[in-house]
Design a protein around this ligand. Sequence first.
Ligand code: HAM
Length: 442
Amino acid sequence: MDAKMDIKAPRGVRDILPDESWKWAYVLDAVAKTMADFGHSEIHLPIFEQTELFSRGVGDTTDIVEKEMYTFVDRGDRSITLRPEATAGMVRAAIEHGLCEQNASAKLWCWGPMFRYERPQKGRYRQFFQIDAESLGLAGPVADVEIIALSAEIFRRLGLKNLEVVLNSVGCPNCRPLYRQKLIDHFSARKGELCETCLGRLERNPLRLLDCKKPECGAIADAAPPIYESLCEECAAHFEEVKAGLTRLNFSYKTDKRLVRGLDYYTKTAYEILSGDLGAQNAVCGGGRYDNLSESVGGPHLPGVGFAAGIDRIVLVMEQQGSAFGKRPGAEIYVAAQDDSGRCPEARSAAQVLTHSLRMAGIAAEQDAGDSLKGARAFKAQMKSASGSGAGWLCVLGPSELAQGAVTVKNLQSGEQFSIALQDALQGRGPWGRRPCSRQAE
Ligand code: HAM
């Protein structure tokens, strides 16, 4: 089947093929275990929401809302948006289902596709996947430290190297207006040197001026007053306690006065985890506190803190660093039928039954499903598939085996050969030993 099709996956969107998908399963297994260890329960959220949730939650002067959302009007005339991130949906779900009523808190996590109309490049896609953890109803700095520690622990368990935790505080509605004004004064004085994007931000979102990657604007941003001098007492104390907590837990981190995140809902803590092996799109993880997000989407006061990490980027870094992904799932036993050039069709039937029995015993088995009514292809072709299958063992069923009620078993690595009772093999017993029924045997 060599013919190509004109229809391709849309730009910026990719298929995660079997060569990569098993690595995702490995990452997600480690993520699920770590989330459970830190007390986060999994939640499944819709991938589309009312547009307002994002325009009000993420902020209508952010790049995401201004130019990156996949928004459409559905057949019921409602404005719908494919989620560009999960935090707003998480808060919406917690409020809608009363998960944080009567001062209760909820520690949740989810994973799945997010959608942003960004310029595709290495590590940046229009459909990408995030793992996302949120602690809702928790206002104290211990929750911030737990979230940062959780993200770092996931990466530690996955063996990611060359990472850096970068931390900042972005203040709150009490202290930010003062800082905002300081930034406006600072940047306005050098207005003529600013790029087009920064000029726009000066009007609409001055905090983001600190984020410009262009060297000329960056130099002006470097000289801007740091937010620390403007933080109110509460934000300053919160920031100190987050730093002290990280130090207590032996985390190394760097503070960066220019770290402001691309989403408007942050208050107090903002952080990112950067990889030295990703090029321009170097953030594997970003997060922070958002104590007013709930109110901005019409909900009650509900403080929260969380993070999201890109699965595509995690796998990319792990591949680049030559990390282990466990064992790729695949056939352990290949079952071949030697049907004596069609004179022994029973061999094919027995191979079909043995393959299924092995699978029922929790052993990954493969057979040649064949390309005709007869079933398996010629024995030589089956041998070729067996050696390409990655299986460790070969079971052969032919006229002489059937006459003796036996199976010939070959260790494909050592070449050693055995004859075992067919009855035993049908129970899953053999020199390969019993394997537990698991998705991914270690
Ligand atoms: P974010 O920084 O926009 O934060 O995204 C978090 C992570 O998602 C990034 O660090 C990156 O690994 C991955 N990511 C983002 N955009 C793309 C893309 N186009 N292609 C591939 N990967 C991407 C948020 O989304 C916040 N909701 C995080 C958060 C949770 N804050 C509080 N709670």
